[in-house]
Design a protein around this ligand. Structure first.
Ligand code: PCA
Length: 198
């Protein structure tokens, strides 16, 4: 089987994005599938274009898009992508959006990954994980929505979803009130979740 695994470049003043670091480490561990890793820019539309091109060129059986959600405690598997961009935070190109993501698209689209099984698999290795009903209104939700819409519009037989990962400890040195999880534990969580697909 083939899996497309994406992470994001850093944003918001951070020098790393653990989603990309964990995507690379998870891909190294996966021996049950061919994995393509892609680092997406934190930019509206450009990120979707790059993700969709990877889907069309690589023709994966499954797609796991990942991004950082600083403040979350563990890996969370997103259930819903909404057709709204609504964040005062500018993307890495300096653009802040308060609009629909894709004109004419449905209000929401749902992950087609087996989320409950994925959470159970992570719990089984002794780590917390949960299903989230809110992927935010920024670039992660935007990419999640854009990729699901592309798959749906083109009737592609691809399971796709999104996982948010927390900060790693090094990112919280100057914000000790924020939770974090080691890169190793994030990687183990992503590996256990993807192993459900084998
Ligand atoms: N997290 C942001 C965008 C990129 C990333 O890693 C988000 O949650 O929208």
């Amino acid at each position: 089987m083939k899996i497309l695994l994406t992470g994001f470049e850093s944003f918001g003043g951070e020098t790393v994005n653990p989603s990309w670091q964990a995507a690379l480490k998870t891909a190294e561990k996966i021996d049950f599938a061919e994995v393509l890793t892609v680092c997406l820019p934190v930019e509206y539309y450009k990120s979707v274009e790059i993700a969709i091109k990877a889907v069309d060129d690589f023709c994966p059986d499954a797609v796991l898009l990942t991004g950082q959600a600083g403040g979350r405690t563990c890996v969370s598997f997103e259930n819903i992508a909404v057709n709204i961009a609504d964040s005062d935070t500018p993307d890495n190109a300096g653009k802040a959006l308060h609009t629909v993501n894709f004109t004419g698209g449905p209000d929401r689209l749902f992950s087609s990954l087996p989320l409950k099984e994925m959470v159970d698999a992570v719990n089984k290795i002794g780590l917390p994980a949960y299903i989230s009903q809110n992927a935010g209104r920024f670039v992660c939700n935007h990419v999640f929505y854009g990729v699901l819409k592309h798959i749906s519009d083109n009737n592609l037989n691809i399971k796709a979803g999104f996982a948010h990962v927390p900060f790693i400890p090094a990112q919280t040195v100057n914000k000790p009130e924020k939770p974090s999880m080691s890169l190793e534990n994030i990687t183990e969580s992503m590996f256990a979740a993807l192993a459900v697909l084998r």
